[in-house]
Design a protein around this ligand. Structure first.
Ligand code: C2O
Ligand code: CU
Ligand code: CU
Length: 611
């Protein structure tokens, strides 16, 4: 019952705040935030907190040369060190990406975020284990010209983390507009590991974007995009299309971040070399693992080691290889049909607009509205849209084969130290079932859907809400299980009505008797805030089961790396994943959500309440 009211209220809010409603202009926005504000946002520095490093981080509109021709309007981070190690901020030239923030384990950090955007805004340190008030919860979003003070001690192991917006319902649009940056944590133990350093230790941030004729960003999250996630037509690495790098004939360490809104890459080397993984979300593995290819979902980081010494004079490409079966059946059908959008529109048109904020232009989705030519402004009119159907028609299909980056092995190595791949990297304390308080009763993370809205544990997002199954006593370790809920039909009955009726019929017509849950079965990159977790078990989809296709699964399964510490895991359609997660040290609300940012903004997000 309350769910019903919730959905109704949400629809009203969406209708009231036209377009992106990024600025405080949307009348409903401030009201809902006030009503739901919670805890104590930090607007001032704490007198008793003595930072080792203090950083001023600014989010503001800017312009960057991305493509030949006109510069692209972006929103971006800039930063400077106010106190402490000047190397804590490493700007990257010629990109919209924010500077690299470099921390040491144990450091006390204060970051003052200045919001110079014409929009509500908040920033999250993805993967960092920090107090609730420093985690960038959307309830702490600040208004234009306001500041937010983050204070925390770096507790993470050395590794690759990142920062990005976490503003309610517009995380996808804001991150896409350019707001993202890397965080590198180092510690003494890692410094001992003989890995490539300096210029031979390189970040690779993977993103996809679509531009209009004047090189401006296009974005939309209505219609099929609300369901599938935004997919662009150009692959960018570190903010550059057609990324090409001259490299030396020696070994390299690559820190790969998938900073895309929803694209999943199947990484492989063009010369057939296997992928050597040395690190995951939570830093170095105990020992390297090799795979023929590597699946990397949005939000995930993997560290790769690659030896170019035998590729002298050659060009080696990092590619994304073809895969299947992890997108909804109707998307697969769209791909097989050579990209007929008409079929997809028929299946996903009606009602889908509800999931997207941009859908609130007085039309309720449907082909007519979506094919329409109205212009809807993105962050402060900065990004355009050509409508979701036209945007979809231009994207590189999820799961197709393409080149990500080219490495030309033309340089002489300046140093040859740390050339060999170490057999052992660093110890990785393992969590086991003996550590958990609930070995026989895993806490659920159920992926489901209410109509066309994806849900977690049967719910949409509520700013401060957490169910009993989402509440954890502080300093406990729990077994958790991610799985795909069956039975979409009963749920659908709950609030099906008005405009949804017609489109449900058409979906069934096209799907040949498939249930809604089957039609919507797809991959979800599930991310848990707070401390990292360890995966203990992955159960593949049942052959011929109701979710996913096992033939498709064959094309991705050898690229899953479950070793090491993770904060984001790709849950393939129909899979079950058991993981062990500590809820230590900090009380408060810690989000868990799908890191497909259009799903997240479509409220596939919930709170863990640590008490
Ligand atoms: Cu990378 Cu809650 O986000
Ligand atoms: Cu996070
Ligand atoms: Cu998802």
């Amino acid at each position: 019952m309350s769910e019903k009211i919730d959905l109704k209220r949400r629809r009203l809010l969406q209708a009231a705040s036209a377009g992106m409603a990024l600025a405080a202009a949307g009348p409903a926005f401030p009201i809902i935030l006030k009503r739901q504000s919670f805890g104590r946002p930090k607007r001032e520095a704490t007198a008793t907190f003595f930072p080792d490093v203090e950083i001023e981080l600014v989010a503001a509109p800017g312009k960057v040369q991305i493509l030949p021709g006109p510069a692209t309007r972006v929103w971006r981070y800039t930063a400077r060190v106010v106190k402490g190690d000047p190397d804590a901020v490493i700007p990257i030239p010629d990109t919209y990406l924010g500077p690299i923030l470099k921390f040491r384990k144990g450091q006390r950090v204060r970051i003052t975020l200045h919001n110079r955007l014409p929009a509500k805004f908040i920033t999250h340190w993805h993967g960092m284990h920090v107090p609730f008030e420093a985690d960038g919860h959307p309830s702490y979003a600040i208004d234009p010209e306001e500041t937010y003070v983050y204070e925390f001690t770096v507790e993470n192991r050395a590794g690759t983390y990142w920062y990005h917006p976490h503003t309610n319902m517009v995380t996808g649009a804001q991150a896409y507009s350019g707001l993202a940056g890397l965080i590198l944590v180092e510690d003494d133990e890692e410094n001992e590991v003989p890995l490539p350093r300096g210029e031979y230790d390189l970040p690779l941030v993977l993103q996809d974007r679509t531009f209009d004729e004047t090189n401006q960003l296009l974005y939309d999250r209505r219609g099929p995009i609300a369901m599938l996630g935004f997919l662009g037509e150009k692959i960018l690495v570190n903010g550059h299309p057609d990324f090409t790098l001259n490299v030396a004939s020696r070994s390299y360490r690559f820190r790969v971040l998938n900073g895309s809104n929803s694209r999943i890459y199947k990484l492989a080397w063009s010369d057939g070399d296997s992928i050597t993984v040395i690190g995951t979300d939570g830093g170095l593995l105990e020992r390297p693992v090799t795979r023929p290819y590597l699946m990397i979902g949005p939000g995930e980081r993997y560290e790769l080691w690659r030896d170019f010494s035998k590729s002298k004079g050659k060009e080696v490409r990092l590619e994304s290889q073809e895969y299947h079966g992890i997108m909804p059946p109707l998307y697969e059908r769209f791909r097989r049909s050579g990209g007929s959008m008409m079929g997809m529109g028929g299946m996903m048109g009606g009602g889908m607009g509800r999931g997207g904020r941009m859908g609130s232009m007085g039309q309720r989705g449907g082909m007519g509205g979506m094919m329409g030519t109205q212009t809807i402004s993105g962050p402060e009119g900065m990004m355009g849209t050509i409508g979701p159907m036209m945007l979809m028609a231009r994207h590189i299909p999820q799961g197709s084969h393409f080149t990500i980056a080219r490495f030309r092995v033309t340089e002489k190595p300046r140093t040859l130290d740390n050339q060999e791949l170490p057999a052992k990297l660093r110890p990785l304390p393992q969590l086991s079932l003996d550590d958990v308080v609930n070995p026989d009763k895993p806490r659920p993370i159920a992926i489901g859907n209410h109509g066309r809205q994806f849900t977690l544990n049967g719910q949409a997002f509520s700013m401060t809400g957490a169910l009993p199954i989402e509440t954890f006593p502080v300093n406990t370790i729990h077994l958790m299980e991610i799985f795909h809920e069956h039975g979409g039909m009963e749920m659908e009955g709950e609030h099906g009505g008005e405009s949804e009726h017609g489109s449900r019929q058409s979906m069934q017509g096209m799907g040949g008797g498939m249930s809604m849950a089957m039609m919507m079965a797809m991959v979800h990159p599930i991310h848990l805030h707070g401390h990292y977790f360890q995966i203990v078990r992955r159960t593949p989809p049942e052959a011929g089961g109701m979710h996913g296709s096992s033939e498709g699964y064959e094309t991705v399964k050898d690229g899953l790396v479950d070793e090491g510490y993770q904060d984001t895991v790709l849950a393939m359609a129909g899979e079950r994943i058991q993981l062990i997660k500590p809820f230590d040290k900090y009380k408060g609300l810690f989000l868990y959500h799908c890191h497909n940012l259009e799903h997240e903004d479509g409220e596939m997000m919930r709170n863990f309440k640590v008490v």
